[in-house]
Design a protein around this ligand. Sequence first.
Ligand code: GAP
Length: 509
Amino acid sequence: MSDDLLKKVISHAKEYGFVFPSSEIYDGLSAAYDYGQLGAELKNNIKHYWWTAMVRMHENIVGIDASIFMHPTTWKASGHVDAFNDPLIDNKDSKKRYRADVLIEDHIEKIEAKNRKDVEKAAKRFGEAFNEAEFRSTNDRVLKRQEEMDRINEAFKTAMEADDLAAVKALIEELGIADPETGSRNWTDVRQFNLMFKTELGAVSGDSGIIYLRPETAQGIFVNYLNVQKSGRMKLPFGIAQIGKAFRNEIIARQFIFRMREFEQMEMQFFVKPGTQGEWYEYWKAERLKWHKALGLGENMHRYHDHVKLAHYADAACDIEFNFPMGFKELEGIHSRTDFDLRQHEEYSGRKLRYFDPETQESYIPYVVETSIGLDRMFLATLSAAYQEETLEDGSQRTVLRIPAALAPVKAAVLPLLKKDGLPEKAREVLNLLQLNHNVQYDEKDAIGRRYRRQDAIGTPLCITIDHDTLNDEAVTVRDRDAMTQERVAIADLAAVVEKKVGLATLFA
Ligand code: GAP
């Protein structure tokens, strides 16, 4: 995995209509992207897989679609107005703005890169006998650098915990960190920057009219807890799921669709009896990893990262990290959020947000275990893991997207071998047979080999060729994207063959 792969994925995504820079004719808008004709399909398929797994396959989970705008007190109660901040610093010469924590992390990464280089060199020198752990714990230079990284990490953590932004600036100066673009070390003080986008409500002027674009979808679930519980006659434990846009004014948004200012989340809040949150946390941790692994995006592509330092409202939290082209990074969070959110909303709204337990005849605020995945990150994970350049047996090259068949934007391509002899008409009959249930493309241009390559490049799992024999035997040739094998299938069996290959059932098996 490398930056090179990320560049290739970005350019492939644009060339084939997955992702375009937003408003490109005006030179784009930083960190905003548009999903193209195939991107929108892939995104929808990911949503469908998530919604099916979470809502349809769980009797006790229901889905909602809350408004993006919420009463401003929501964000006071949730803590976002006061604490949803990043430490930022400006360079006085370049006028560029950076996240102080990212400047420090990048500095640490440069030191670690030197260590990795030494490890690689030593590995080459010692060959098979090389033991990386032993080398790292005995080599003087590597050890010194590790000590330096630990010291910086500790100093930064201490400063942030004490909300001592002057100490953060002092650390940046002490480390000689320069503006990555201009090399200038002329920094302003560090200050906290709230990540919520503000806007104004129609007819109300002044501060009382300020509302926010939601920075997470979760609060739309919390404020509807009682509505859903009562109207759906839900009994604990139960979940509320939601897919929707979220907005964060990220100071640096980079790495393509990994960190954006407008993105989509798929979140589920699972309301449980206090005291049982530990077992539900473990349940969802395992269940969510299973969901990811069922896609078969590759061995060792996922790992857990357990949070050591917990947010004040959480009693357990972890990320599921994915091996993106930039390395392992957060894809999904699983958080045991206690009763923090509902309790805060009770306090700020003055309304009771409780559950009357018919078994114990008690009334209490439920605890919550949350699963929260970024749809755009899931999109990037799928696309980057799928992208492959291959040399075939005959020496020719192909670029193929090995997207899991159930997520592929186009499920099958229907290809008449020739543009005459009644083959296009027969092909359209086949198309009609499939298109109600699947996104199917018709293509009659160019030689069949080139048409296969085009479909490989967009990840179409099946190519269905209609030839002269089809007119007599009512059968077609079905070519598999991955194995590139071909089999003859009766048209009467085609719908079942396609469904077996691309249906969601394959993932749940
Ligand atoms: N309700 C909990 C919550 O929002 P989070 O860890 O801040 O938790 C959850 O966000 C997920 O949303 C992340 O794991 C990530 O996949 C996605 N996400 C967060 N910020 C993002 C951004 N700026 N761009 C794209 N995805 C983002």
